[in-house]
Ligand binder design. Structure first.
Ligand SMILES: C[S@@+](CC[C@H](N)C(=O)[O-])C[C@H]1O[C@@H](n2cnc3c(N)ncnc32)[C@H](O)[C@@H]1O
Length: 244
């Protein structure tokens, strides 16, 4: 197992993301642009349902997992820059697993969102996610385990290593352990280290409005947008969908 395989297993649920995006779009969405795509798991799930996708990331090695798949184009590029290879209009531009938080300065966030909006086809949506709640700026580690069909146990640990509520700068780390029948097979300490600016829902909503999106909805599950902010009880992660 490599760290991206473990990441997809423990952190992602690409078919659920695709279901949310298609539902949120509301029409016959065909084309997806997955920005900050990493191993492009969402793009792969999207084309598996018959659409076309472009996955863009700075990391050519991560994108290699999505190479040579029909209907899927990979582009190794900086999503904050205008790139001819990703200029065609998309029904959905998606930024997953908190990658919008890489854009730490507000001007940089706004410039990216403007560019993303320009890349939308008529009726298209932009979607990104963030997290919040009482533990957002707490330090600590949270463990989850998964069992594979062959009995392999995979433990993923999500660590808040640093968090400054005054600047909203955070450092989060993912670790993995792979065990079988109680025997440790592999460990991936510091498999992924993220240094982010934790934008709140309200800050992202302001930024989306400022670059011209007419409206947005907040999803805390894959089915329906929040009817009331009171539904966000405790710690949460949400997907914000903007349009217009
Ligand atoms: C948290 S991972 C997310 C991977 C994927 N979106 C997902 O949902 O699992 C963040 C990815 O963003 C990429 N990245 C960071 N800054 C970028 C930029 N300016 N342009 C393109 N990719 C970037 C990194 O290489 C990394 O693969």
């Amino acid at each position: 197992m490599d760290r991206w395989t473990l990441y997809e297993l423990c952190v992602q649920s690409a078919p659920d993301v695709v279901a949310l995006l298609r539902r949120a779009h509301g029409g016959a969405a065909r084309t997806l642009a997955e920005d900050f795509a990493g191993s492009a798991a969402v793009s792969r799930a999207w084309v598996a349902r018959g659409g076309r996708a472009t996955a863009i990331d700075l990391d050519a090695g991560a994108l290699e997992r999505a190479a040579r798949i029909e209907g899927l184009t990979t582009v190794c590029a900086d999503v904050t820059e205008r790139t001819p290879a990703v200029s065609s209009a998309s029904d959905v531009v998606y930024v997953g697993n908190f990658s919008i938080l890489y854009l730490k300065q507000r001007e940089r966030l706004l410039a990216y969102l403007r560019l993303a909006r320009e890349r939308l086809a008529s009726g298209g949506i932009f979607a990104c996610d963030t997290y919040g709640g009482p533990a957002a700026f707490q330090l600590g580690a949270w463990r989850r385990e998964r069992f594979l069909e062959d009995g392999t146990r995979v433990v993923s640990t999500w660590e808040h290593r640093a968090a400054d509520p005054a600047t909203a700068q955070v450092e989060n780390v993912l670790h993995f352990r792979v065990e079988r029948e109680g025997e440790l097979l592999e460990t991936f300490a510091d498999a992924f280290v993220y240094r982010w600016r934790l934008w709140s829902i309200a800050e992202l909503a302001d930024a989306l409005r400022e670059v011209g999106f007419a409206r947005h909805e907040v999803y805390a599950n894959i089915h329906d947008p929040l009817a009331s902010p009171r539904e966000l009880d405790g710690d949460y992660s949400v997907c914000i969908v903007a349009r217009g």
